[in-house]
Design a protein around this ligand. Structure first.
Ligand SMILES: Nc1ncnc2c1ncn2[C@@H]1O[C@H](COP(=O)(O)OP(=O)(O)O)[C@@H](O)[C@H]1O
Ligand SMILES: [Mg+2]
Length: 362
C-alpha cells in the first residue's frame, strides 16, 4: 500500500509561531513513517511559505530549548515559491492531506483552513467555522451560551468604542463585572495581550494593551476555580479524554507561566470528584459540538470544588501539540499514545473530507 503523504504546515504569522514549530517538530519525530510520508512546509513570521523546511531550521533563537528530533533527511521536494496559490497547486500531486499544526491567528482561526478548502485538500482538525468561532472569544462565548453551556460574565467592545467613549466603557465594566477582571484581545491565544486589572487605573492600561493586539476586546469577570482541561477527539461522534489540571506558577496562566518559567504543573488525571469529572467531560463534548469542531479540541474550564460550579473558559481547536503538551498527554492517559493520536487525527481529517464529498454539487 502506498504511503499517505502528509503536508505538515507549521510556524506562521502568529505570536504562537514558536509553539507551532515545537508542535510540528514533535509530530515529525513521532509520525508513523511506515504509513505516512511527511512533507514539511514552514511559514515564517512574515508569512513567507518555505516548503521543504524542517521545523528546527525555523527555530531562530537558542532560547528555545528544543530537542532536535527530526530524522536528519533533506525533505526538499518542491521549489520555494512565495505564491500560496501557485504553491498549493504544485502540491496537489504531492500531498494527500494537510496537517496545519498552527496555533492562533492565521493557523487556528479558519484562514489556512479556508485556503485549503478552496484548494480542495483534506486537512486535519476543525473546519473554517469551528476554527473561526473558537478563535474569537466574544463569538465563542455567545455560541456557548446559546448551546446552554455555563459561561462566566463578560463584556465585549470594539477598540473603536473603547477609544471613543472610554468613561462609558470603564463605568460599564466596573458596574457589571467589578474587580479584578481579565482583559483580553478577542482573537489571540497563548495569553498574549491578556492582563488582570485590579482597579480602574489598571483597567485603562489593560484595555490599551489588549487594543494593541486586536480591534475587538473582551473583559471577563474573574472566575474562582481550578483550571481543568479536557481533550476531545472525533468528528460527528466525539469522545472526551480523562481530565487534567493546570497549576500555573504565576498569578494566572500568562505567557511567561506557559512558556518561559517552565514551572507550571500539569496534573493528569486531575484529582477531582467523579461527578465533576463526568460533568466536565459532558460539557467538553457539548462545547466541541456547539462550535461544530472536528478532529481535535481542548476545552478549558474553571472548576470551583467548593461550590461545585463548572464554568467553561474556551475551546482551542488546535491546542499545543508537542509530545508533552496537555492535549496529547490527556489522550496518552486515556489509552491513546502520541503516535496513534497523530494517526487518528489524519484518519479523521480524511473521513471528514470524504463525508463532505458526499454533498451534491450545485
Ligand atoms: N475570567 C477569568 N478568571 C480567572 N482567570 C482567568 C480568566 N480568564 C483568563 N484567566 C487566566 O488567564 C489564562 C489565559 O486566558 P485564556 O482565556 O485561556 O486565554 P488564551 O486563549 O490566551 O489561553 C487562563 O489560563 C487563566 O489562568
Ligand atoms: Mg487558554
Amino acid at each position: 500500500m502506498s504511503k499517505i503523504r502528509v503536508g505538515l504546515i507549521f510556524g506562521g504569522r502568529s505570536g504562537e509561531h514558536e509553539v507551532s514549530v515545537l508542535s510540528a517538530n514533535s509530530v515529525m519525530s513521532a509520525i508513523n513513517r511506515d504509513k505516512y510520508e511527511v512533507y514539511p512546509i514552514g511559514i515564517t513570521k512574515e508569512g513567507k511559505w518555505l516548503p521543504g523546511v524542517v521545523p528546527e531550521k525555523l527555530i531562530a533563537s537558542g532560547e528555545l530549548q528544543v530537542r532536535q528530533l527530526n530524522d536528519g533527511q533533506d525533505h526538499s521536494i518542491v521549489p520555494i515559491s512565495n505564491e500560496q496559490g501557485q504553491l498549493l497547486s504544485s502540491l496537489q500531486e504531492q500531498v494527500d492531506i494537510f496537517f496545519p499544526v498552527m496555533h492562533g491567528p492565521y493557523g487556528e482561526d479558519g484562514t489556512i483552513q479556508g485556503l485549503l478548502e478552496i484548494a480542495g485538500f483534506p486537512y486535519v482538525g476543525g473546519g473554517v467555522l469551528a476554527s473561526a468561532v473558537g478563535m474569537d472569544k466574544v463569538v465563542m462565548k455567545a455560541v456557548f451560551q446559546q448551546a446552554g453551556l455555563p459561561v462566566g460574565a463578560y463584556l465585549g467592545y470594539l477598540r473603536k468604542e473603547w477609544e471613543s467613549n472610554p468613561d462609558l466603557v470603564l463605568d460599564q465594566i466596573e458596574q457589571q463585572l467589578g474587580f479584578p477582571c481579565f482583559v483580553k484581545p478577542a482573537n489571540l491565544g497563548s495569553s498574549v495581550g491578556i492582563s488582570k486589572a485590579h482597579n480602574r487605573e489598571e483597567l485603562v492600561r489593560s484595555l490599551n494593551l489588549a487594543a494593541e493586539y486586536d480591534r475587538k476586546l473582551i473583559i471577563e469577570k474573574m472566575l474562582i476555580g481550578r483550571e481543568i482541561e479536557c481533550a476531545v477527539l472525533g468528528n460527528d461522534d466525539p469522545q472526551a479524554s480523562v481530565v487534567g489540571e493546570i497549576v500555573p506558577c504565576a498569578e494566572f496562566y500568562d505567557y511567561e507561566a506557559k512558556y518561559v518559567l517552565n514551572d507550571s504543573k500539569l496534573i493528569i488525571p486531575a484529582e477531582l470528584p467523579e461527578h465533576l469529572v463526568k460533568e466536565v467531560q459532558q460539557l467538553a463534548v457539548k462545547a466541541f459540538k456547539a462550535v461544530d469542531a472536528s478532529g481535535l479540541g481542548r476545552v478549558d474550564f474553571f472548576v470551583n470544588t467548593e461550590t461545585n460550579e463548572v464554568i467553561i473558559n474556551e475551546i482551542n481547536t488546535m491546542p499545543g501539540f508537542t509530545r508533552i503538551s496537555m492535549y496529547p498527554k490527556l489522550w496518552e492517559a486515556s489509552g491513546i499514545n502520541y503516535e496513534d493520536l497523530i494517526d487518528r487525527l489524519i484518519q479523521l481529517g480524511l473521513e471528514r473530507y470524504r463525508d463532505k464529498q458526499r454533498n451534491r454539487v450545485c
